[in-house]
Design a protein around this ligand. Structure first.
Ligand code: ADP
Ligand code: MG
Length: 739
């Protein structure tokens, strides 16, 4: 046992480099064994980074050139390597860098590996320049080996007997991994068989367990073995304690790491939750953003549209402004011209003012003239008499014409108002009237003469127009007429509207119409809307509301605006008259039909207001009735008719004689007409006659009544009237109705 023994047991630092039990470090080079066994055990010995070496002699050594390596470079030195043993030249070359060795095709079994090192480049150190690990079959065999720090520069070092097993693949791999700098190796020797447990020397006595010459294990005594094992055990127990302490430390570190990991996880969870919230918020915001963007797009498109409209509008305005400006300059130019051309503008104003004054003056004069015209017109009518009588003879009717009757009337001088009546054959009597109408004269001719009287109602006069005569002589025809051939009533109202229209700038008229019937001394309102089925007879009373103004309370007073309304009202009245009677013609001839037109006028210039009435009366038939016919209801009717017609005669008579008492109240007829008979009122009577000789009696009777009426002059001229004439007249009326 010499210095060739392992140093491992002596140096704890070296122990720590060895990771596999059984291996050891030796601070010197390779010493060849003399034993054949040892020689035969060597399977492969490579000179890393160097050539094949052979040493002949008693200990034949065969070292192969460098192979089995992968990667790395070659290092060489010519310097001598101290303690190089039997083969110092293998330490003059080395493989260094990133490399590994892989030995193949080894029979499966146990082997031991020797590694040879020498620091041949960094001769002068320092330590720690090259530190590396060695793995055999992936297991760490040497840890953090720093050759320089163990043996110094250019000195050999061996790590020996690292046990390894080759599996079925027959491979043994040796890996070098640098910790600092690049690893180097000078030689690798693989020997067959696992190394014997090499008990190192106890240290104290420096005894080795290997033979100095052949490195063969030396058999130890039991006590020595025990001591060796104890030392081994102590070494491992120390290592275990250290490892335990390290393990505890690592555990603590692990625990702390785990704790901080848990905390970090919690933090992470929190952050993740926050992230979720943020994500959701972000998503919501994103949606809101999208909506807003959409809105914005809409708004901006609307804005764009509006802007275009405004631009167009502004352009248009600018164009108009230009036009207005040019118009304005044109106008001001014209105004200047005007002002220049009228130097006497003030004079003109004065002239206009004086014209206005003249206009007012003329207006006043016009009103005065109008007033005068009215008066003159009235005087003209008065000059013709306030009561006028027109005689109208109807044509022969079909029946009369077919029976060839004698015509008893003659119209030779009708134009002069003369009517001839043949009495008893040859005796002809002439009657004189204001107008005489032959059967050929039509409604127009009749109205032409009647209209001045009728229309004086518009000048504020009360007017009465009667149709008197035997039944069937044309009273109704004259007053009402037919739709194709309208009579006085309709034509009068038509004319009133026409004149009112003509005068509307100076006078405004309100025209209203009521239609009454007097039958058996009862007044019926023919416009009242009482149900006809009940034959309701509205009995109206007559009241005097003021001097010369009569009024029938409750009577329907229809305001009319045009002639169509008038026609409707007249039709309504006419239809109502027929209702409630078994014999329509009979009834109508035995009652008086009275149309009252009230005219309210306002002079727009003077403000003067008037109210006047126009009565249009279709009287009951004036014929006498045979005594035998007169009984029951007919007697009552006859008495009523007689009463009213004679009362009409009495009133006219009393008016003519300027009697202090005018008996208006003797009949409903005269009572109703009270404010329209007498005074300034105008009266027109149509006396209707038949041409037939059958009616001669009645014709003569009617003509006589009319002649008497015409003879009585109302108004101022009438003062001289003969009262005896009136008495005669009254007598005649009575006779007419009773005989
Ligand atoms: P009264 O009302 O007096 O009883 P009407 O007016 O009813 O008489 O006339 C009787 C008939 O004679 C009617 O058919 C009417 O058309 C006709 N008649 C009356 N006068 C004329 C006339 N002037 N021209 C044509 N027909 C007339
Ligand atoms: Mg009639």
């Amino acid at each position: 046992m010499g210095d060739g023994g392992s140093d491992t047991g002596e140096d704890p630092m070296l122990d720590s480099l060895i990771c596999v039990a059984g291996s050891s470090i030796k601070k010197s080079g390779f010493i060849a064994s003399h034993s054949t066994d040892e020689r035969e055990r060597r399977v492969i010995f490579v000179n890393a980074g160097g050539e094949e070496l052979r040493r002949q002699g008693h200990s034949e050594i065969e070292v192969e050139a460098d192979r089995f390596f992968q990667g790395g470079d070659v290092l060489r030195t010519d310097e001598e390597v101290a303690d190089g043993g039997d083969l110092p030249s293998i330490y003059q070359s080395a493989r260094y860098g990133n490399f590994c060795y892989e030995f193949r095709d080894l029979p499966p079994g146990d082997y031991s590996v020797d590694l040879h090192f020498a620091e041949i480049v960094y001769t002068n150190g320092p330590r720690g320049m090259r530190v590396f690990n060695v793995f055999i079959q992936d297991e760490k065999a040497v840890s953090e080996l720093d050759v320089y720090s163990i043996v110094g520069a250019n000195r050999a070092l061996q790590v020996m007997n690292i046990p390894v097993s080759a599996g079925k693949d027959g491979v043994v791999s040796v890996n070098f991994q640098g910790v600092v700098g690049s690893p180097t190796v000078s030689g690798i020797c693989i020997k067959q068989g696992a190394p014997e447990l090499q008990l190192v020397s106890s240290g104290r006595d420096g005894k080795s367990l290997l033979c100095d010459n052949c490195f063969a294990p030396v058999k130890l005594t039991a006590a020595e073995n025990k001591a060796a094992r104890m030392s081994f055990t102590a070494k491992y127990e120390r290592e275990i304690r250290e490892l335990k302490a390290q393990c505890q430390m690592k555990q603590d570190e692990c625990y702390e790491a785990w704790m901080s990991l848990t905390a970090a996880n919690q933090e992470l969870e929190k952050v993740r939750a926050e992230l979720d919230v943020k994500f959701f918020q972000n998503f919501t915001l994103g949606q809101a953003m999208e909506k807003e963007t959409e809105k914005m797009a809409k708004i901006s498109s609307k804005y764009e549209h509006d802007r275009r409209l405004w631009v167009a509008a502004i352009d248009e305005l600018e164009r108009k402004m230009k036009a207005i400006k040019s118009e304005h300059s044109q106008l001001s130019f014209e105004a200047h011209q005007c002002a220049n051309s009228i130097p006497g503008l003030n004079q003109m104003v004065t002239a206009v003012q004086s014209l206005v004054g003249q206009y007012d003056d003329l207006k006043m004069k016009f009103n005065e003239e109008q007033e005068r015209r009215k008066k003159l017109y009235n005087q003209l009518l008065e000059s013709k008499g306030n009561i006028r009588v027109f005689c109208r003879c109807r044509p022969l009717n079909m029946e009369e014409a077919s029976s060839r009757p004698q015509t008893v009337v003659e119209f030779t001088d009708a134009k002069d108002g003369d009517l001839g009546v043949l009495m008893n054959g040859s005796n002809k009597k002439i009657y004189k009237f204001d107008r005489v109408y032959t059967p050929k004269d039509d409604q127009c001719d009749v109205f032409e003469d009647a209209s001045p009287v009728a229309t004086s109602v518009l000048d504020g006069y009360n007017v009465c127009i009667f149709a008197y005569g035997q039944t069937g002589t044309g009273k109704t025809f004259t007053m009402e007429g037919t739709e194709q051939n309208r009579g006085v009533n309709y034509r009068t109202l038509e004319l009133l509207f026409k004149i009112a229209e003509d005068r509307k700038k100076t006078i405004s008229y309100d025209i209203s119409v009521s239609v009454l019937e007097v039958y058996n001394e009862q007044v019926r309102d023919l416009l009242a809307s009482s149900p006809p089925a009940k034959r309701m007879v509205v009995r109206l009373e007559i009241k005097q509301v003021s001097e010369g103004v009569n009024h029938v309370p409750g009577v329907v007073d229809m305001k009319v605006e045009n002639v169509d309304e008038v026609w409707n009202i007249l039709q309504t009245g006419s239809n109502a008259r027929a209702v409630g009677s078994n014999n329509v013609n009979g009834h109508s001839s035995r009652s008086h039909c009275m149309i009252c037109t009230v005219v309210r006028a306002k002079n727009l210039v003077t403000g003067e207001c008037t109210r006047s009435k126009l009565w249009l009366v279709d009287l009951a038939g004036s014929e006498r009735l045979a005594k035998t016919d007169v009984q029951g209801e007919r007697l009552k009717e006859a008495q009523s008719i007689n009463k009213s017609l004679s009362a009409l005669g009495d009133v006219i008579s009393a008016l003519a004689t300027k009697s202090s008492h005018i008996p208006y109240r003797n009949s409903k007829l005269t009572h109703l007409l009270q404010d329209s008979l007498g005074g300034d009122s105008k009266t027109l009577m149509f006396v209707q006659i038949s041409p037939s000789e059958h009616d001669l009696g009645e014709t003569v009777s009617s003509l006589n009544f009319a002649t008497r009426v015409r003879g009585v002059e109302l108004g101022p001229a009438k003062k001289q009237s003969d009262t005896t004439e009136i008495q005669k007249l009254k007598l005649m009326v009575r006779l007419n109705n009773f005989l």
